[in-house]
Design a protein around this ligand. Structure first.
Ligand SMILES: NC(=O)c1ccc[n+]([C@@H]2O[C@H](COP(=O)([O-])OP(=O)(O)OC[C@H]3O[C@@H](n4cnc5c(N)ncnc54)[C@H](OP(=O)(O)O)[C@@H]3O)[C@@H](O)[C@H]2O)c1
Length: 328
């Protein structure tokens, strides 16, 4: 564990945080009461946080998967220093450098804040010295999702794995992790971004703007044995899944896989949920990123004040890519 010598451990009453007051309200920066750690929880002083698609949905009132209590602070990823620990905490101490992903039961006090609480048994891991703050904050949610997906398809050496959405944050890790297992990765890449996908380990690229089914039929006449689809809704995925033979595996990040129908065709399918990951997986991914074995998906770093405008741009499509906000 890396501990920051002489770290200033304070007990503040208020903190700066991004807040949404109700589903129709705009994301704004405001003051919120500083959280106190419950039993088994740590409070982290956040240096950098990142924006994931789910955070954008939550911040713009478009989240449809469950109940949200308002006012809320969105945000999952963080890199920072442990500021306080609750009773029964044994793995972390004030001053520890950690990275992680918000992972509690009720959503509402996320990581777009100066302080975030997380159970020590949640998705939190030591933050290696060699990993820059922005990279550490860009890593958790996206890389864990990709790791779960690649673990599920468990490609054999030389086996083709198709990654749809490979230019996104999750996709970039999925390409790398599958290629590192020896898979023959076929990745979506728009014209001009093929070299980036090949650099990460893809063997071939296909254009996501074209007809994916025909391109895949051409690339893999024997069928698609393993598919990681981060983009398609139910209907599109059902069409692509026609190319997957018995014994094949499918992962959807959009909860679009009809697991029952696919099981009837002897296809194993997973609608991946990042919350099913664990801290040890994150520690391993962080070590790989620190060692330069895993390239971190990061496109831009903005100041915390610019977070609301970055979120608004991502929501409208005026901006794409992985954005980190720096709170220091
Ligand atoms: N179920 C879960 O637990 C879970 C967890 C994480 C994510 N997800 C979902 O998985 C999907 C992908 O997540 P993500 O974090 O990978 O999203 P993302 O980084 O925003 O990527 C989404 C898409 O944006 C485009 N894009 C992103 N970065 C780009 C860049 N630098 N250059 C060019 N195009 C870029 C790509 O479009 P094209 O592919 O069209 O080029 C990419 O597929 C989202 O729908 C998210 O909600 C689900």
């Amino acid at each position: 564990m890396v501990r920051v010598a002489g770290a200033r451990i304070s007990c503040r009453n208020q903190m700066r945080a991004a807040i949404v007051n109700d589903p129709a309200a705009r994301l704004e920066l405001a003051s919120r009461p500083a959280p106190q750690p419950g039993p088994g929880e740590i409070v982290v002083s956040v240096q950098c946080t990142s924006i994931n698609p789910v955070d954008v949905y939550v911040a713009t009132g478009q989240y449809t998967m469950g109940h949200l209590g308002y006012p809320l602070t969105p945000g999952h990823d963080f890199a920072g220093i442990v500021e306080q620990v609750g009773d029964q905490v044994s793995r972390f101490a004030p001053g520890d450098r950690v990275l992680g992903m918000w992972s509690k039961d009720i959503y509402g006090d996320g990581s777009w804040a100066e302080l975030v609480t997380i159970p020590e048994e949640g998705l939190v891991a030591p933050w290696p010295n060699a990993l820059e703050p922005a990279h550490a904050a860009a890593l958790p949610l996206a890389s864990l999702t990709a790791a779960l997906a690649v673990d599920f398809v468990a490609p054999a050496a030389g086996e083709p794995v198709v990654v749809i959405g490979a230019a996104g944050a999750v996709g970039r890790y999925a390409v790398q992790l599958a290629a590192q297992r020896g898979a023959r990765v076929i990745a979506t890449a728009r014209p001009g971004s093929e070299p980036a996908a090949l650099e990460l380990g893809a063997r071939t690229t296909i254009d996501p703007a074209g007809d994916l089914t025909s391109q895949l039929r051409l690339a893999l006449p024997g069928g698609v044995p393993a598919l990681i689809d981060l983009v398609s809704g139910r209907r599109t995925l059902a069409g692509i899944a026609e190319l997957v033979p018995a014994g094949g595996r499918i992962v959807s990040a959009r909860f679009a896989a009809d697991q029952e129908a696919l099981a009837a065709r002897q296809i194993r399918a997973l609608n991946v949920r990042t919350y099913d990951a664990h801290g040890a997986m994150l520690a391993e991914l962080a070590r790989a990123a620190a060692a330069g074995v895993l390239t971190v998906a990061l496109d831009d770093v903005v100041g915390f004040d610019e977070l609301p405008s970055a979120v608004a741009q991502l929501a409208t499509g005026d901006r794409v890519g992985k954005v980190v906000a720096n709170l220091t």
